[in-house]
Design a protein around this ligand. Structure first.
Ligand SMILES: Cc1ncc(COP(=O)(O)O)c(C=O)c1O
Length: 386
């Protein structure tokens, strides 16, 4: 029953399978038994194996054990949620915050949770799959606007009935392209056409803005976006996600977001390590500085060889190769050279835009980056990629 479909995926070079990592996440990992340079992790600040995060988690395991036992509204709401959510609201400069189990469940929960308040959703064509799935789950009428095209968005908004309750939703840093949404324009349009805005700051939290507060802070848009989602799974090096906004919004979501209501609460150790990560993100700007220095260094290297890195402006740097087979061969040959960069194909990215998705992190050394660049150039030459 499933075999034929699997065979078809293999024929089209679209088949995916797991690899196994036998080390901590970091700039170098042991992958399927081999030590390689890791250039495909979202652990942007290198916090996933930071001693303070590990210590915080261990201490809480000794005190509270490993599981929460029930959902947050039933019996699993550990006191650490209060501290984490209080701290997040301050960090994101909003009235309140609400922690979800993951970025995926946050997006589907928020969009489904607010669905009765929205008549039409406008979504960037390259938004993350969890937003797409949340929109489907919300059953709200939706329109996708061309990537970052706020003129097209304006056109769509102007054709919509003014009385309709509208939501514009966008990633702030796009996960596969590494570019940044034109937030000032989007917010201005939202204000003009009386729409709400929801942003997904999964990749921007800890990376952009003062103290890593995210893209809204970076653009000076404090208080002008109603729904701010972010995750602990990327720059915070941990697991889980959150939404920040008004007290009203948070109280409403606690009562409507099914992916929050009907799932077991996070383990207390995860909450504790997220608090520890927030402490570091807020107080150690030099880590973020190192991240951006590495990004600039690596990007300059790639550009000097004229690779097509699309419009990347962040630690996510795609090398666009277009062809599925070429992309996967490139990735495999890089691994033979000791560099792990995952190839990304449809449906994660649009047809004809397969790519290597390179991510640079703060803890890469210059030697790591030089070696990776050398390997990319060597493989590109072998494969005839100009
Ligand atoms: C933009 C974006 N939103 C949401 C998610 C989901 O977050 P999580 O991995 O915590 O489920 C991801 C990544 O996986 C993402 O890239």
């Amino acid at each position: 029953m499933f075999k034929e479909s699997v065979e078809a995926l293999k024929r089209e070079n679209l088949f995916r399978s797991f690899r196994y990592i036998e080390s901590a996440q970091g700039p170098r990992i042991i992958l399927d038994g081999r030590r390689v340079i890791n250039m495909c992790s979202n652990n942007y600040l290198g916090l996933a194996d930071h001693p303070l995060l590990k210590e915080a988690a261990k201490k809480i395991i000794d005190e509270y054990g490993v599981g929460c036992g029930a959902s947050r509204l039933v019996g699993g709401n550990n006191i650490l949620y209060r501290e984490l959510e209080g701290r997040l609201a301050i960090f994101k400069e909003t009235e309140a915050a609400l922690v979800f189990n993951s970025g995926y469940t946050a997006n589907i929960g928020i969009l489904q949770g607010i669905s009765e308040k929205i008549d039409v959703i406008f979504s960037d064509r390259l938004n993350h799959a969890s937003i797409v799935d949340g929109i489907i789950l919300s059953r709200v009428n939706f329109k996708r606007y061309p990537h970052k095209d706020f003129k097209a968005l304006e056109d769509m908004l102007s054709k919509e009935d003014r009385a309709k309750k509208k939501l514009i939703v966008t990633d702030t840093i796009f996960s596969m392209d590494g570019d940044i949404a034109p937030l000032p324009d989007i917010v201005e349009l939202a204000e003009r056409f009386n729409a709400m805005v929801m942003v997904d700051e999964a990749h921007a939290t800890g990376v952009l803005g003062k103290d890593g507060k995210g893209a809204l802070n970076h653009f000076g848009l404090k208080g002008r976006v109603e729904i701010q989602m972010g995750t602990f799974s990327k720059a915070f090096g941990g697991f889980g996600a959150f939404v920040c906004g008004s007290n009203e919004l948070i109280e409403f979501l606690i009562n409507t977001a099914r992916s929050l209501i009907y799932t077991t609460a996070l383990p207390p150790s995860v909450l504790a390590s997220n608090i520890a990560a927030l402490n570091i993100v807020e107080s150690e700007p030099t880590i973020r500085q190192r991240l951006w220095e590495n990004v600039e260094y690596f990007k300059k290297g790639l550009l000097s060889y004229r690779f097509d890195i699309s419009e990347s402006e962040t630690p996510i740097i795609p090398i666009i190769l277009k062809d599925n087979e070429l992309t996967m061969n490139f990735s495999r040959m890089l691994l033979e050279e000791g560099v792990y960069i995952q190839g990304i194909r449809p449906p994660t990215v649009p047809q004809g835009s397969s790519r290597l998705r390179v991510t640079v992190i703060a803890t890469h050394t210059r030697e790591d980056l030089d070696k990776a660049l050398e390997a990319i150039v060597k493989v590109a030459k072998k494969l005839g990629v100009e």
